[in-house]
Design a protein around this ligand. Structure first.
Ligand code: HEC
Length: 96
């Protein structure tokens, strides 16, 4: 019985850790300008936190394709894959 309780509590701890929103690896680059968790502290750098996910996806694709131009963001967006863009947009849209 004790062993069963131990297994269940271990599993629930693992599940909690797993379900916590982890910052995607690529987000480490973004925080230099857009701030920790997407809250920018520079007036010319936009906040990403709480922004609409679909909007973020579109902006990153637009930077990448050259539709939208910014010397900083174009070079940042170029190496991002579609799945990087998806997970970054999801992560920043979920920040408060
Ligand atoms: C060197 C600084 C810098 C870094 C690093 C950077 N950005 Fe940006 N980002 C900017 C600036 C400046 C703008 C505003 C560009 C403009 O005025 O059009 C911007 C704009 C954006 C926008 C559009 C926001 C809006 O409201 O339209 C998105 C989305 C974005 N960045 C995402 C990211 C992501 C994701 C990363 C990391 C992969 C990242 N940025 C890294 C400087 C940076």
């Amino acid at each position: 019985m004790k062993a069963l309780v131990l297994i269940i509590s271990t599993l629930s701890v693992l599940f909690t850790i797993n379900s916590r929103a982890e910052a995607p690896a690529a987000a480490a680059t973004c925080v230099a300008c857009h701030g920790e968790q997407g809250k920018s502290n520079n007036p010319i750098w936009p906040n990403l936190a709480g922004q609409k996910e679909a909007y973020l996806v579109k902006q990153l694709h637009d930077f990448k394709s050259g539709q939208r131009k910014d010397p900083l963001m174009t070079s940042i967006a170029l190496p991002l894959s579609d799945s990087d863009i998806q997970s970054l947009a999801k992560y920043f849209s979920e920040q408060k």
